[in-house]
Design a protein around this ligand. Structure first.
Ligand code: UD1
Length: 373
């Protein structure tokens, strides 16, 4: 009988992480019967629908429409509304990606119902519990039975917290699977040209983490970005959370030719801009990984990262939670680009296949050596 897999997504990065897993499960219909649940944590067209369309994710069978709210309210709403879904679907395993409130809530409910949990992107730690995502990661990993990891330090973090070795599987990075699969379409879209930009002659910015955008630091960041834009054009698709603070603080967010604020972009358009950029300034987790794969210098406005491999092997530089350091970026770009770099092992487009192999009962793999070694 086919194994029943229930996958829970809620936010923009979740869609990117599960798309290749859904595709791989669909290639093995005799072995797997997959159900997709969308919690509705992200609900705007440009935060959700466009990703389903571009990444060719079929419509979710269940839409929970939880929307926004405080962390507790959002988590509680997902818990309440997903419980009957899991009870009704009776899956053999619930798969949750990443570290958002929907991830935590779905894992808690599955655990209470005694359904085994697989966590995609397990073991990442910033060691900063003031980040809501860190709490979500720790709790989700402690509840999960199968831990899919994409970098070696995740194995250390999990074993230190007592996870049994046989529950940990080095599979690689499903977000990079998506990027590799979409690369031809991204290139064909010629996004920088479509925006009237010249390749390697502009900087892409994304900011959305509470530590930066929920308070006064955002004003300093915008001022520093305006200064950078006098040297090199700045393209800034604005997350709804950030847009809210810009408006609440009455900040001047009027765009100009060199400082372009815009609505959130779809996957192809955003990755097209990122791939052609001279550099990225961000506080996102996923973009630290995507720039590492693409070889684009990334300047991260955080004091820590749960993705240290992007600093050790990739093109990521931690600037700290210090908006004034944005002013240094134009002068740093060339040196970072020239630095020797490597794509982390197993970020090779095969991670989803390994995830599904593990679900199918293949033996665990702890090492990051390439397949067949
Ligand atoms: C969430 C995740 C974060 C992830 C990010 C990706 C948590 C704790 N945080 O942060 O880890 O990196 O998604 O984007 O789960 N909003 C809209 N339209 C939408 C979605 C949100 O306007 O489609 C607004 C909400 O009303 C709210 C704000 O954006 O005011 C924040 O949304 P929320 O989902 O709570 O958290 P994010 O900041 O997006």
């Amino acid at each position: 009988m086919a194994q029943r897999v229930l996958i829970v997504v809620g936010t923009r990065p979740n869609f990117v992480k599960v798309a290749p897993v859904l595709a791989e499960l669909a290639r093995r219909p005799e072995s797997f019967d997959c159900t997709l649940v969308h919690t509705g944590q992200h609900y705007d067209d440009e935060m959700s629908r466009v990703f389903f369309e571009e990444l060719n994710i079929g419509p979710p069978k269940h839409r929970l429409r939880v929307g926004s709210g405080s962390h507790s309210v959002q988590t509680a709403r997902v818990m309440e509304s997903i419980e009957p879904v899991i009870e009704g679907e009776r899956p053999d395993v619930v798969l949750v990606p990443g570290d958002v409130n929907s991830t935590l809530a779905a894992a808690l409910v599955a655990a209470k119902l005694g359904v085994p949990i697989g966590h995609i992107e397990a073991g990442l730690r910033s060691f900063d519990r003031s980040m809501p995502e860190e709490i979500n990661r720790i709790v989700t990993d402690s509840l999960a039975d199968t831990l899919f990891v994409h970098s070696p330090e995740a194995i250390d973090n999990l074993t230190r917290e007592g996870a049994p070795l046989e529950s940990i599987h080095a599979v690689g990075n499903t977000m990079v699977d998506t990027l590799i699969a979409m690369q031809p379409r991204i290139e064909r879209a010629a996004v920088p040209e479509a925006h009237g930009l010249r390749t390697r002659e502009y900087v892409v910015v994304t900011l959305h983490r509470p530590a930066l955008v929920d308070g006064p630091l955002l004003a300093d960041a915008v001022e520093a970005l305006r200064a950078v834009a006098r040297e090199i054009p700045v393209v800034f698709p604005v997350h709804p959370r950030t847009r809210g603070t810009l408006e609440a603080l009455g900040l001047d967010s009027s765009p100009s030719a060199a400082f372009r604020l815009m609505e959130p972009l779809g996957y192809i358009e955003f990755l097209g801009l990122l791939a052609g950029a001279a550099g990225a300034i961000t506080d996102s987790g996923g973009i630290q990984e995507e720039t590492t794969f693409l070889g684009v210098p990334c300047f991260t406005l955080r004091d820590n990262t749960e993705r240290p491999i992007t600093v050790e092997l990739g093109t990521n530089v931690l600037l700290g939670l210090s908006p004034e350091r944005i002013l240094e970026v134009p002068a740093l770009i060339d040196a970072v680009r020239k630095r020797a770099r490597q794509v982390p092992p197993l970020w090779d487009g095969q991670a989803a296949r390994r995830v599904v192999d593990v679900l199918a009962g293949d033996s665990p793999r702890l090492g990051f050596e390439p397949d067949g070694v």
